[in-house]
Write a protein that binds this ligand. Structure first.
Ligand code: NDP
Length: 339
């Protein structure tokens, strides 16, 4: 299949790209600069231009940003849209989080409808952020599934960056489903809703100081920041980036994924468990890690929500990696960039 993958320099997208290439697809990926295109190309030298090529899209928040990228020869048959800001280092929630997420999503769908008529499936990276009701706390007794929607409002969205990020994912995913319902395009949609994504980084794109947001807690624990107090876990469910990347590709390949939302989690985790795994598997960090009596990082005493991940297991046939495997491989990949 001829595939357009957006945000190819991202943590998750780098793994999606690897799996697309392994499955024999022909990929054009968008990145924001030629420098990033060169790094990705260099790391995949064995693939010629007909299997891996690039389009530069500097800012997905601009109207029409994807008008040229969606046109290719041979034409695209599928699109995987992962690009969206995921960090909390913002001063203007509207411009830095909401606009790129929402305009990026509606923009690419409009461009596909207008100029890429052979696209049959669009897969969008949404988030558990569009499912979870953050205002209800840890909600013991509630089971989250694809039928839940984050009720966050535009007013709450601009209150702080954390709300802003969750709202950006919620509004962008809603806009995508609304687009399909109202515009009746030639393609069907599948959305991916993962909670915290952990797993190995691709070293040629990363440095320890510019790590993707979701792996920062592992770096911090390795660097001794949890020695005296472990940071709150926040979200208590997770998935490995390689499993999530495979879900993206299977959701593109499988007819049964059409017009489905997928809540993709491997299960529970806590920051305390991450520290324990690192301590068990990597003796060299012993002096930097918390002890069994260090406070923080645990599950809340009142309990946590349950999750229903049966749809992704049944429809896509996914088998999830364990937390231990994921942490061990993440630490190894962080060591490769100097941790
Ligand atoms: P990264 O920060 O590694 O990737 C984000 C990607 O989006 C980068 O390629 C980035 O490009 C690109 N991007 C951001 N803003 C713009 C913009 N304005 N114009 C063009 N490109 C832009 O994070 P992840 O890989 O973790 O995130 C990928 C997707 O997964 C996002 O949609 C995120 O919301 C979602 N997600 C992630 C989770 C996680 O725990 N990691 C959990 C749930 C969902 P550049 O690096 O050049 O700025």
């Amino acid at each position: 299949t001829r595939v357009l993958l957006t945000g190819g320099s991202g943590f998750i997208a780098a793994h999606v790209l690897d799996i697309l290439l392994q499955h024999g697809h022909s990929v054009v990926t968008t990145v924001r600069s030629q420098e990033k295109a060169d790094k990705v190309a260099e790391a995949h030298k064995e693939y010629k231009k007909d299997k891996l090529d690039f389009a530069i899209v500097e800012d997905i928040a601009q109207e029409g940003a994807f008008d040229q990228a969606v046109v290719s020869d041979p034409p695209f048959e599928a699109v995987i849209h992962t690009a969206s800001p995921f960090h909390f280092n913002v001063t203007d929630v509207q411009k830095q989080l909401l606009d790129p997420a929402i305009i990026g999503t509606t923009g690419i769908l409009k461009s596909i409808k207008k100029s890429a008529p052979l696209v049959k499936r669009v897969v969008i990276t949404s988030s558990f952020a569009s499912i979870v009701d953050g205002f209800k706390g840890t909600r013991p007794g509630h089971t989250y599934s694809e039928s839940d929607w984050n009720p966050i409002t535009p007013e709450q969205a601009v209150e702080n960056p954390a709300n802003g990020y969750r709202a950006s994912k919620t509004f962008a995913e809603r806009a995508a489903w609304d687009f399909v319902e109202q515009e009746k395009p030639n393609f069907t949609l599948a959305t991916m809703c993962p909670p915290l994504v952990l797993g190995p980084i691709v070293h040629y794109l990363n440095s320890l100081s510019s790590l993707n947001t979701s792996n920062e807690r592992i770096r911090d624990i390795m660097q001794g920041k949890a020695k005296h107090e472990i940071a709150p876990t926040g979200t208590f469910i997770w998935v490995d980036v390689r499993d999530l990347a495979l879900c993206h590709v299977l959701a593109m390949e499988k007819a049964a994924a059409a017009n489905k939302r997928f809540f993709i989690t491997a299960g529970y985790f806590s920051n305390k468990e991450i520290a324990q795994i690192i301590g068990r598997k990597y003796a060299q960090y012993k002096d930097l890690l918390p002890s069994s009596s260090t406070p923080g990082g645990d599950y809340p005493a009142e309990g946590v929500y349950k999750y229903d991940n049966s749809r992704v297991i049944e429809t896509l046939g996914i088998k999830f990696r364990s937390l231990e495997e994921s942490i061990v491989d993440t630490v190894k990949s962080l060591q490769a960039v100097g941790a």
